[in-house]
Design a binder for this molecule. Sequence first.
Ligand SMILES: Nc1ncnc2c1ncn2[C@@H]1O[C@H](COP(=O)(O)OP(=O)(O)O)[C@@H](O)[C@H]1O
Ligand SMILES: [Mg+2]
Length: 248
Amino acid sequence: MSCDSSGYGERRCGDVVLRATAVGKHYDTERGPLRVLSHVDLEVRQGEMVSVMGASGVGKSTLLYVLGTLDQPTRGQLEIRGTDVMRLSEPELAAFRNRHIGFVFQFHYLLPEFTALENVLMPVLICGENMEAGREEALRLMERVGLTDRLHHRPTEMSGGECQRVAVVRSLIRRPEVVLADEPSGNLDEATSEVLHDLITELAQAYQQAFIIMTHDRGLAERANRMALLEGGRLHFSGTPDGRRTES
Ligand SMILES: Nc1ncnc2c1ncn2[C@@H]1O[C@H](COP(=O)(O)OP(=O)(O)O)[C@@H](O)[C@H]1O
Ligand SMILES: [Mg+2]
């Protein structure tokens, strides 16, 4: 099935890499179950960017955690690269997540005692992969995001925007097929956000990764192939078949 015929716009999109079916999630609280997601259906293809907007407290982070296998859905199915991830044991899941899923959060969560380059290389180190190849890729990506002269700076010696760019590079270093971003520019000023949005859009296309972005930022949301509103525990797609602004 071609992306164009199914309304995915002009970008080339490949196979489905993430499929959530009838996903529900409630939290058990002292006052009983708090239902956050009631029925989420979502298919995301290779190279496709999907944005999810929604009011604060509506469940965007919850959805991101569930899709990223960091939290279990209460019901429904989740398949990533054809693997039923809900059947994996905790160690299998951790390995799967490390290999195939990248995360970008609102706060960069860089490790303060390490330099930018060391932070970027952390996933390579943790996965026991070839450090030399990792280092080459890190240098290339850091150059791509304009941080060649910040390689040996620690997070406290960099601006918020620089730290966030380092965090994006760290999330992409192992080329995960799925990248989940939770308010990636929520903490940045407008000009810095714009730089980060350019970066995310370009890298997603260059590496043909599936990006799912939870954001308040309409400008970022509109860069996606498809836009959804999370409301009432469901995703409502407005569709941006050719990237034009849509009514919401
Ligand atoms: N661990 C938790 N236990 C209980 N309630 C939670 C927990 N995490 C989030 N919530 C509640 O779930 C709802 C959705 O939260 P969240 O996913 O963080 O929303 P958003 O990211 O859209 O702001 C909120 O009402 C929040 O208070
Ligand atoms: Mg949130």
